[in-house]
Write a protein that binds this ligand. Structure first.
Ligand code: LCS
Length: 397
């Protein structure tokens, strides 16, 4: 039955069943750190992995609330199962630590979220893991940078914050050939618009903090993939303890019930805002995968069924003009993060990507004039009117 349901129906129903104890229609929040065993033998069997069931919230499978979220997101991504985490960074860390060891090579998209860059460049390398950051929108460069010891290819597409898109299917094929695992950060697109596992990727990671939760009120992360892959993360999950809280799991379940509706509105708003910005005389450049001017528009059309809610752009007058704009918006909130129902605006080089050396980030296209907009689900006329008034009133040098 589940396989035949359309995406929107899966958002509402996948993973959910009336609570077996009292028949509660909505998934209950199992706000408990520990679980009572029927007998000492049962406790021992659960810890030995001989009997399925719950033991302690840090241990796989956490709680029944987490289990519903895992089933729902796995269904939406078209994966077998998954594992939740306390944040997107905890999810990415667990994937890396569970799969890589000293002497292994990780090839990553060069433009990734600032903390992902920090984890890969400063932390994994401390443990003898080799890391290369590569412009994955260029397949030749990917090919040239794969090594005999490449164990993992990590792709972020569309990339934060340049919106660069890379070809998941082609790169996954290259990874398979050398026995490397392909991992895709699907935070920006969400499964509503991009299904990396269907395109040949092995693993999907998300910051649930963004579109999955959808309301800027939680931190969370999730990994989806094949059963044996998810099982291979168990030691890291159980022994490092970056556990999602049950209330956050419940908020993610509730958020996912409207993912399809929210994403459609985010994307249709973003297209209108991107077109407005592209036509505006004060705007120097706009990057939105749905615009024909986007350098990888054709790849985006091939692998995405919609283009999401994220836009980056540069204003004439550079960073100073950008600051003026960010200080003058009234409806848009000046805040990092993304994927909320509210429109958010921020400046990556002084905020989300400030930890990357200026020369490095400029080479990647994260320029000082780049302003990032997470387009919300307000009415598009109001978002445009706010940007318009802010652009109009900003003094020009
Ligand atoms: N992956 C992507 C693509 C992200 O944008 C973020 C966070 C993460 C992973 C990490 O997720 P977290 O640990 O925060 O749940 N991106 C942020 C951003 O652009 N502004 O603030 C956070």
């Amino acid at each position: 039955m589940k396989k035949e349901m359309k995406f929107g129906t899966q958002c509402v129903h996948a993973g959910e069943k009336p609570d077996p104890l009292y028949g509660a229609h909505t998934t209950p929040i199992y706000q408990t750190s520990t679980f009572v065993f029927d007998s000492a033998e049962q406790g021992a069997a659960r810890f030995a992995g001989k009997e399925e069931g719950y033991t302690y919230m840090r241990m796989v499978p956490n709680t029944p609330t987490h289990a519903v979220l895992v089933e729902k997101i796995a269904a939406l991504e078209g994966g077998e199962t998954g594992q939740t985490f306390s944040s997107g960074m905890a999810a990415i860390t667990a994937v890396a630590l569970s799969q890589l060891e000293k002497g292994d090579h990780l090839l990553s998209t060069d433009v990734v979220y600032g903390s992902t860059y920090g984890l890969f460049s400063s932390i994994l390398t401390k443990f003898g893991i080799e890391v290369s950051f590569v412009d994955t929108s260029d397949l030749e460069k990917v090919k040239d940078n794969l090594r005999k010891n490449t164990k993992m290819v990590f792709l972020e597409t569309p990339a934060n914050p340049t919106m660069t898109v890379c070809d998941i299917a082609e790169i996954s094929k290259m990874a398979v050939k050398i026995g490397a695992l392909s991992v895709v950060d699907n935070t920006f697109a969400t499964p509503r618009f991009q299904r990396p596992l269907k395109l040949g990727g092995d693993v999907v990671v998300h910051s649930c903090t963004k579109y999955i939760g959808g309301h800027a009120d939680l931190l969370g992360g999730v990994v989806v993939g094949r059963k044996e892959f998810v099982k291979s993360m168990t030691p890291i999950v159980n022994n490092t303890g970056a556990t999602m809280g049950p209330h956050e799991a419940w908020l993610c379940i509730r958020g996912l019930k409207t993912l399809h509706l929210r994403m459609e509105k985010h994307a249709s708003n973003a297209m209108k805002v991107a077109e407005f910005l592209e036509a505006h005389p004060e705007i120097e450049w706009v990057r939105y995968p749905g615009l024909p001017s986007h350098p990888q528009h054709e790849i985006a059309k091939k692998q995405m069924s919609g283009f999401g809610g994220m836009i980056s752009f540069g204003i004439k007058g550079g960073i100073e003009a950008g600051r003026e704009l960010m200080n003058r918006v009234e409806l848009c909130a000046l805040a990092v993060s993304l994927g909320s129902v509210d429109t958010l605006i921020q400046h990556p080089t002084s905020m989300t990507h400030a930890n990357i050396l200026r020369e490095v980030r400029t080479k990647m296209g994260i320029t000082d004039d780049l302003v990032r907009l997470s387009v919300g689900i307000e009415e598009p006329e109001d978002i445009i009117a706010d940007l318009d008034q802010a652009l109009r009133t900003a003094p020009r040098s």
